[in-house]
Design a protein around this ligand. Structure first.
Ligand SMILES: [Zn+2]
Length: 300
C-alpha cells in the first residue's frame, strides 16, 4: 500500500472503524427517514445506504456528491407534485423508487470511485487516480442533471422538442423530448455538483488526494460539463434504444408495458432496454468522457 486512506490520515490506525461508525451514524437515520417518507422501497433503502457508506469510506467528497444528488432529487420530485401527476403516467415508474432505479443512479459513480481507490492505493499515478475522481463526479453530475432536467422539464407548459430533430415537437414526458427549461435545469444540476466539489477542494485542504495543482480546479468544472453532456446522452438514448410503447386502448405513448390494464405495443427501441439502463449507461459514458479529458493532465 503506497497511499494512506483519508481516515487513517485523520484518525490514525483505527481510523477505518471511526469512519465506518460516522458513516453508519449519518446513513442509518437518513434511510430510516427516507423509508418512513416512502421515497424508496425497503430493498432500495438498503442498496442506497450501502452506496452511501461505500462512497463515504472511499472519500467523503464522493459522499457529498451523492448526497447532493439525493437531496436535490427528492426536493425536486416533490416540487409541484400535483402539476406533474398527469405526465407521471407516461413514465415506467413513479412514487417509491425501487432497487434498479437506485442501482441505475449510484452504480456508475461507485465503479469510478472504486477504480480511483485501487489506483490510489496500489500505484503512485496521480493523473490516473485523479482522472477517475473526475469520472466519478461526472457520473453523479449526470444523474443529478437528468433528474433536474426531468423534474423541471415536465413542468414546462410547452411541448418538448424531439432531440433527434429539434424542429419536431413531441408529447410532454416522452423519453427523448427536451425543453429549454429542462435543459437549463439539467445544466444547473450538473454544475451545482461540480461547484460543490470545487468549493470543498478549495476550502477543505485538498480532500482529493495528492492533488495540489491547478489541474484539479480546471478538471472538476470539466467533469460538471461532462455530466451535462451525460444528461444529453441520456435523452439521445431515450430517443433511440430505450423501449417506448403505445397503449392499445387509449393510444397514448408510454414507457409502461401495461397501460389501461392492457399490454402495450412497442413503437421504438429495444423492448428490454429500460429507463434504468439508460440512466446507468449515460452516467457511465459521461464518466468515461471526464476520465478521458482528465488524462490530458499528462500533457501539462
Ligand atoms: Zn392507455
Amino acid at each position: 500500500m503506497i497511499m494512506e486512506m483519508w481516515f487513517t490520515e485523520w484518525f490514525g490506525i483505527w481510523g477505518w472503524l471511526i469512519a465506518l461508525a460516522i458513516g453508519l451514524a449519518i446513513n442509518v437515520p437518513l434511510f430510516i427517514w427516507v423509508r418512513l417518507r416512502r421515497h424508496l422501497t425497503i430493498w432500495a433503502c438498503f442498496i442506497a445506504a450501502f452506496f452511501g457508506i461505500a462512497y463515504w469510506m472511499i472519500n467523503p467528497i464522493f459522499y457529498l456528491a451523492l448526497f447532493t444528488f439525493f437531496i436535490s432529487s427528492n426536493l425536486l420530485t416533490k416540487y409541484r407534485k400535483k402539476d406533474k401527476q398527469s405526465i407521471q403516467d407516461k413514465f415506467e415508474k413513479g412514487g417509491e423508487r425501487d432497487t434498479s432505479q437506485v442501482l441505475a443512479n449510484g452504480l456508475g459513480g461507485l465503479i469510478f470511485s472504486l477504480a480511483h481507490l485501487l489506483v490510489f492505493i496500489f500505484t503512485d499515478n496521480v493523473i490516473l487516480s485523479n482522472a477517475f475522481i473526475y469520472a466519478a463526479i461526472a457520473a453523479v453530475a449526470t444523474v443529478t442533471a437528468d433528474t433536474w432536467g426531468t423534474e423541471i422539464g415536465i413542468l414546462s407548459n410547452d411541448q418538448p422538442y424531439w432531440i433527434l430533430n429539434l424542429k419536431k415537437k413531441v408529447e410532454r414526458g416522452t423519453s427523448g423530448g427536451i425543453s429549454p427549461k429542462g435543459t437549463v435545469a439539467a445544466f444547473i444540476g450538473a454544475i451545482i455538483v461540480a461547484v460543490l466539489m470545487l468549493l470543498i477542494e478549495i476550502f477543505w485542504k485538498n480532500p482529493i488526494p495528492v492533488s495540489t495543482s491547478w489541474q484539479v480546479y480546471l478538471f472538476i468544472p470539466i467533469a460538471g460539463i461532462a455530466g451535462f453532456i451525460g444528461a444529453l446522452i441520456d435523452s439521445l438514448l431515450g430517443a433511440t434504444i430505450q423501449g417506448f410503447f403505445k397503449c392499445q386502448v387509449c393510444s397514448k405513448g408510454t414507457e409502461k408495458r401495461i397501460h389501461c390494464k392492457e399490454p402495450t405495443k412497442i413503437i421504438r427501441g429495444q423492448e428490454w432496454f429500460r429507463n434504468d439502463h439508460v440512466n446507468f449507461l449515460s452516467s457511465f459514458l459521461a464518466g468515461l468522457i471526464a476520465f478521458g479529458l482528465g488524462c490530458f493532465g499528462f500533457l501539462f
